[in-house]
Design a protein around this ligand. Structure first.
Ligand SMILES: C[S@@+](CC[C@H](N)C(=O)[O-])C[C@H]1O[C@@H](n2cnc3c(N)ncnc32)[C@H](O)[C@@H]1O
Length: 352
């Protein structure tokens, strides 16, 4: 009975989040069409048939999320984990920031970054306003709005998609079952504000966790979110995923969520190569990112609309990229993938 009620509460919460996301996006697009029509995204309408397919895949994702919690892969409390009051307080700031986003979109200004940023400290491809985000990834304001903006973008399904890395990670780490869990090191590459690390800490409470990101501001935000809950505070390290400041074979598990589509092809390969270097033989890499044309051709229009509505310069290349081949090229074996709603998850192992 308690389980049934918890499931109902989860489904109701997801439906509520979905509705809020849809209403927010619709309102913001209509407003922009009125206020700044020359800049508004020229996206294609979603047909009722496609809408049903999207809804069905979203329901499947949420069913799987519930099932995996029920099977004990992670605590059911994770399904409800969000800084609700904080998000409610920040929501008006998302609207206040919106005209800046519109201006940049209208002016096609994708390099509108804070003046105090040391441009030499970052790769060229990073210095942009991804998603037309104010300040790119380079300010505390951007970091404080990011999670909420992503929740809105995915109609409340960002965390259920991030949680898809947990099963493969937990299963992959069984290769080291002869060691105490406290001796396992798991790295989250491009950890951003730490949402994935929060989920991993729920599933692997004893493992040593490390998060790496290029953005100091996002790491500061991750530190704040991660400090709010009990449990070990993960180590947060600033660095480039292409060449990470850790020793060879020093990790047993690595995750990387929503990074690959924001990298040019060469950097994408460099990140996978460096993950291979960092893993101990037998270690597991789990990637989660956008679906691609090869695995989800039915969502081509959604991918195309995403590219039109947001500044995502490497997305068209990413959705055509062969990630399995890149993983093989890096040296991985036992590569497999699965799609969940708008995300594709790969798992791969470093040979023993
Ligand atoms: C779309 S966000 C994803 C963040 C987080 N994984 C999540 O699930 O929300 C992309 C993140 O990748 C980081 N990033 C981009 N290029 C990077 C690189 N070369 N090395 C490390 N981090 C990078 C950005 O700073 C940002 O935090």
């Amino acid at each position: 009975m308690a389980d049934l009620l918890t499931k109902l509460a989860y489904q109701t919460m997801q439906q509520g989040k979905g509705l809020l996301g849809l209403v927010h996006k619709e309102a913001s697009t209509r407003l922009m069409t009125l206020v700044a029509p020359e800049g508004s995204p020229k996206t294609e309408p979603v047909s009722p048939g496609l809408f049903r397919q999207i809804k069905a895949s979203m329901d499947q994702l949420q069913d799987l999320d519930w099932e995996e919690a029920e099977r004990g892969l992670y605590p059911a409390s994770l399904l409800f984990d969000a800084p609700w009051l904080d998000w409610a307080a920040r929501y008006p700031l998302v609207w206040l920031d919106t005209p800046r986003t519109w201006n940049r979109r209208r002016e096609r200004n994708v390099k509108d970054l804070p003046d105090d940023v040391d441009l030499q400290a970052y790769p060229e491809y990073y210095l942009q306003n991804f998603h037309h985000q104010s300040d790119g990834y380079l300010s505390d304001t951007s970091a404080s709005l990011y999670d909420l903006q992503v929740e809105i973008l995915f109609n409340g399904n960002a965390d259920p998609m991030r949680r898809r890395v947990l099963g493969p990670l937990v299963q992959g780490l069984r290769a080291f079952a002869d060691r105490p869990a406290s001796q396992l090191r798991v790295l989250d590459v491009a950890t951003g504000t730490g949402r994935t690390l929060r989920q991993i800490r729920g599933a692997l409470p004893q493992a040593q966790l490390v998060g790496l990101d290029l953005s100091h501001a996002y790491l500061r935000q991750a530190n704040r979110w991660l400090s709010q809950l009990p449990g070990e505070l993960p180590q947060l390290v600033q660095g480039n995923g292409e060449s990470m400041p850790f020793a060879d074979a020093s990790m047993q598990g690595i995750s990387c969520v929503f990074l690959l589509h924001e990298l040019p092809a060469e950097a994408r390969q460099n990140v996978l190569n460096d993950c291979f270097r960092l893993l101990e033989p037998g270690g597991v890499l789990v990637l989660a990112d956008s679906v691609q044309l090869a695995d989800s051709p039915q969502f081509e229009l959604v991918m195309d609309n995403f590219r039109k509505a947001f500044h995502e310069p490497y997305y068209p290349d990413y959705i055509r990229d062969d990630i399995d081949q890149r993983l093989k090229q890096a040296g991985f074996e036992a590569i497999s993938g699965a799609s969940h709603f708008m995300s594709r998850v790969w798992q791969a192992r470093k040979p023993r």
